[in-house]
Ligand binder design. Structure first.
Ligand code: GDD
Ligand code: MG
Length: 388
């Protein structure tokens, strides 16, 4: 079986982390987001994953023609070219490690959420007639792909989408379905009025025939393709068992980590840390060093090569690879980007997001600071703000 992961956009809502790497490579629970998906796909027998990348070649303009807007566009496109290289190098490494084929399908203009399927048509069809998976790259769950395959086989329709219940459905695609059979009656993307509370989880299994419904142009699968298959009564939905979260923004990322660790506690408790210095669910990479007298948890992930000095207090936070936290610092509800340093007795809280290689000096307080990469913080950040 094959799978396509939609990897478009610049991940602006997850800045400053996405200033250093493309969104799918941002670490979540000590592993790039996209690896969680690729590993789960491999576990159910997927042999090839196609990454649908929205990369645009550089604008060709002479100096005299370049306006500030064009210059900005040029820089953005350069960044996107750089990110593409980063992504390809990273995935080459994992192709061998995981033993799964990873290919790219590059757009020369953003094709939305359906157009990329038409572009990758030849990569997705292998003559077997098997359905293929499609995933949004920023969703995290237990990826119950085996259940999805079984349900898809049982209803005989053209496509299955996974749905989950949320309190605030208006920022998602809402699905109205027949309770008994799962047949989708309506699909409404980002409804202005309440339609229901079951939303599209961004995980699909589609028959090759769905590709005949998609043209090679910018198209939305949510607005154009799903409503059409639903009208033909050929679209089905399955309520996703377990947790789900779109982790494309910091607050949801931190909530997502809590849900992920709760699920890990049930499935593989031995992966979580134990001891009198641990509260609740804490994931510590084996190469991280933890000092005496720390209190860690709940809902903390500490990445490879981190050094946490004595007396540190961490709760509801992610500490990425190579970070040093000096003695008696206290961090809560925050994300500490790769190779940053938090000084002794510093207090970092309330959705503070430190980009890569940020240095917070001793005894500093950060209340919701969003700090760009390579900065040194010498004075306290008293209210949520972006530090450039
Ligand atoms: N290749 C490519 N090209 N990918 C794209 C493009 C594009 O032009 N535009 C968006 N994507 C990718 C994004 O990277 C993401 O993985 C996925 O398509 C969905 O786009 P988002 O921008 O994250 O959409 P959303 O979060 O507002 O809504 C979508 O996800 C919800 C669940 O989180 C929709 O599918 C909703 O229906 C759904 O409920
Ligand atoms: Mg999203």
């Amino acid at each position: 079986m094959k799978a396509l992961i939609l990897v478009g956009g610049f991940g602006t809502r997850l800045r400053p982390l996405t200033l250093s790497v493309p969104k799918p490579l941002v670490d979540f629970a000590n592993k790039p987001m996209i690896l969680h998906q690729i590993e789960a796909l491999k576990d159910v027998g997927v042999t090839e994953v196609v990454l649908a990348i929205n990369y645009q070649p550089e604008v060709k303009a002479s100096h005299s023609q370049i306006s500030i807007l064009q210059l900005r566009l040029c820089l953005l496109k350069k960044a996107s070219f750089y990110f593409l290289q980063v992504m390809l190098n990273f995935l080459k490494e994992f192709e061998t490690k995981l033993g799964i084929k990873i290919t790219c399908s590059q757009e020369t203009e953003p094709l939305g959420t359906a157009g990329p399927l038409a572009l990758a048509r030849d990569q997705l069809i292998d003559g077997s007639g098997d359905p293929f998976f499609v995933l949004n790259s920023d969703v995290i769950s237990e990826y119950p792909f085996e259940e999805l395959i079984q349900f898809h086989k049982s209803h005989g329709g053209e496509g299955t989408i996974m749905v989950t219940k949320v309190d605030e459905p208006s920022k998602y695609g809402v699905v109205v379905m027949e309770e008994e059979t799962g047949k989708v009656e309506r699909f409404v993307e980002k409804p202005k009025m309440f339609v229901g509370n079951k939303i599209n989880a961004g995980i699909y299994l589609l028959n090759p025939s769905v590709l005949d419904r998609i043209q090679l142009r910018p198209t939305s699968i949510e607005k154009e393709v799903f409503p059409q298959i639903a009208a033909d009564q050929r679209l089905f939905a399955m309520v996703l068992p377990g947790f789900w979260m779109d982790i494309g923004q910091p607050r949801d990322y931190i909530t997502g980590l809590r849900l992920y660790l709760t699920s890990l506690r049930k499935k593989s408790p031995s992966k979580l840390s134990t001891g009198s210095h641990i509260v609740g669910n804490v994931l510590v990479h084996e190469s991280a060093v933890i000092g005496e007298g720390c209190l860690l948890g709940p809902d903390v992930a500490i990445g490879p090569g981190c050094v946490v000095e004595c007396g540190v207090r961490l709760s509801r936070c992610t500490v990425m690879r190579g970070v040093r936290i000096k003695k008696h610092a206290c961090i809560s509800n925050s994300i500490i980007g790769w190779h940053s340093t938090v000084g002794q007795w510093a207090r970092v809280e309330n959705m503070t997001i430190l980009g890569e290689d940020v240095h917070v000096c001793d005894e500093i307080y950060s209340n919701g600071g969003v700090v760009l990469p390579h900065k040194e913080i010498k004075s306290s950040i008293l209210k949520p703000e972006i530090v450039m």
